[in-house]
Design a protein around this ligand. Sequence first.
Ligand SMILES: *[C@@H]1O[C@H](CO)[C@@H](O)[C@H](O)[C@H]1NC(C)=O
Ligand SMILES: *[C@@H]1O[C@H](CO)[C@@H](O)[C@H](O)[C@H]1NC(C)=O
Ligand SMILES: *[C@@H]1O[C@H](CO)[C@@H](O)[C@H](O)[C@H]1NC(C)=O
Ligand SMILES: *[C@@H]1O[C@H](CO)[C@@H](O)[C@H](O)[C@H]1NC(C)=O
Ligand SMILES: *[C@@H]1O[C@H](CO)[C@@H](O)[C@H](O)[C@H]1NC(C)=O
Ligand SMILES: *[C@@H]1O[C@H](CO)[C@@H](O)[C@H](O)[C@H]1NC(C)=O
Ligand SMILES: *[C@@H]1O[C@H](CO)[C@@H](O)[C@H](O)[C@H]1NC(C)=O
Ligand SMILES: *[C@@H]1O[C@H](CO)[C@@H](O)[C@H](O)[C@H]1NC(C)=O
Length: 435
Amino acid sequence: MVQVWKWGRRRSTFPLISLIFMLLITATILFNEFKIQHFHHNQSSDHHLHLQHTLNFSPVELDRFTTCSSTVKYSGREVGWGGNHRYLPVSDGEKECDVFSGKWVFDNTSYPLHNESHCPYMSDQLACHKHGRPDLGYQYWRWQPNHCNLKRWNATEMWEKLRGKRLMFVGDSLNRGQWISMVCLLQSVIPAEMKSMSPNAHLTIFRAENYNASVEFLWAPLLVDSNSDDPVNHRLSDRIIRPDSATRHLSKWENADILVFNTYLWWRQGPVKLMWSSEENGVCEELDGRPAMELAMKTWADWVDSYVDPLEKRVFFVTMSPTHMRSQEWNPERQGNCYNETNPITQENYWGNDSDVPTMRMVEKILSRLGSKVRVLNITQLSEYRKDGHPSIYRKFWETLSPEQLSKPESYSDCIHWCLPGVPDVWNELLFHFL
Ligand SMILES: *[C@@H]1O[C@H](CO)[C@@H](O)[C@H](O)[C@H]1NC(C)=O
Ligand SMILES: *[C@@H]1O[C@H](CO)[C@@H](O)[C@H](O)[C@H]1NC(C)=O
Ligand SMILES: *[C@@H]1O[C@H](CO)[C@@H](O)[C@H](O)[C@H]1NC(C)=O
Ligand SMILES: *[C@@H]1O[C@H](CO)[C@@H](O)[C@H](O)[C@H]1NC(C)=O
Ligand SMILES: *[C@@H]1O[C@H](CO)[C@@H](O)[C@H](O)[C@H]1NC(C)=O
Ligand SMILES: *[C@@H]1O[C@H](CO)[C@@H](O)[C@H](O)[C@H]1NC(C)=O
Ligand SMILES: *[C@@H]1O[C@H](CO)[C@@H](O)[C@H](O)[C@H]1NC(C)=O
Ligand SMILES: *[C@@H]1O[C@H](CO)[C@@H](O)[C@H](O)[C@H]1NC(C)=O
């Protein structure tokens, strides 16, 4: 599994191996980035999904040491949500402008919205300029919707919206990047003695005392409970999930006022093992990533459906973040990846191969059944254009790179995450737009 891909050889296997490689890098970062803070969670949380109320024993919590006693074929079992086809109207009837279709406009007067070197919470994984990126063009692009303008970003106004509230991002490292972007966008207007950041854990919290508000990140890469829920040590092989339970995570997220969820890339690494809550003997079923993600999404949707009152809680779902790992997709002449890309793609509706359309259809269907309880932040198309927005080689790498890798920068480029300031700032402007 741990295989270093050699540039130029075995071209046909590049997509899979490079994805595995990139995810390995991702995992390595998360493994090394912070001191291990072992997280003790509280099992006496009140709210379990009602699916679980019928159990007369407590299923053991999954952790990175969980193993399947045996693995069988998927039985076809479903989670308990999906039957109520209540297609509520998505908004208050007024025809809204589609802010997700538009184009990138070079704008070096209003952008960037924050300064990389001024944000004490910046991650070394995303600070591209600090790590030697020579071109800064990626910081200067504004998203211009086709038929309207986005609300102008204003940190003070955002804090007013957050006063007395908890804003929580829940998901994987892409969502974590969006959280860091939000913290960096917001922190500069808070005096030093009024702001604090908790140590990295399952739940990490940025607080602003003068607004009695927090901006938090919950590590839940698969949304449901899994063996990968340790923010630092998450296994790569044998992904084991509880398709019908998100108890561990929702005990943390249920009291947040504004929730921003994502999940996608972790489902793209091959089959997943399912350990149902009712399974007492550790037997797992095996299922491909996409249908497994659908089960997890339905479990999440069940919670949204049962517990979210849209007048009290705002819920957002961020669609898949695109990758740029094969330059042939946008330029048939060029064999490489996002490395050395300095400009956005201009071809209208460009869509990369890693953004799985059937997954998008599935997400769309589930979100539409939740009606006004959840709002989609459809960042996929706009981010597709930004082949220039990834760190590539300009970030901290935690493993020592071999001379062979160093001589072929494409071989270790990160074409998954996004530099800051950059694309995730715009995702947050969209969030601000809808709040
Ligand atoms: C778990 O939560 C309950 C009630 O919210 C509390 O009484 C208990 O002290 C908590 N336990 C731990 C270990 O935090
Ligand atoms: C903005 O970009 C234009 C064109 O590239 C350049 O002439 C100008 O000096 C830039 N302004 C700033 C403030 O960087
Ligand atoms: C960020 O701040 C540094 C140091 O204060 C300054 O040199 C740099 O020009 C700033 N960058 C931007 C894009 O404003
Ligand atoms: C930002 O918002 C605050 C509070 O709503 C307002 O007082 C201020 O004028 C706004 N700033 C700009 C530049 O619009
Ligand atoms: C701070 O906000 C919390 C909700 O997040 C609220 O319960 C509490 O009363 C607030 N405290 C003050 C002093 O306003
Ligand atoms: C992307 O997908 C299309 C359609 O499936 C395929 O024809 C093309 O070869 C793929 N491109 C690359 C670079 O993998
Ligand atoms: C990077 O791009 C520049 C200009 O597009 C080109 O001159 C240079 O050779 C490229 N470098 C590599 C290593 O591909
Ligand atoms: C997001 O937008 C794309 C078009 O860019 C569309 O195909 C897709 O269905 C949308 N996704 C959702 C969940 O609305």
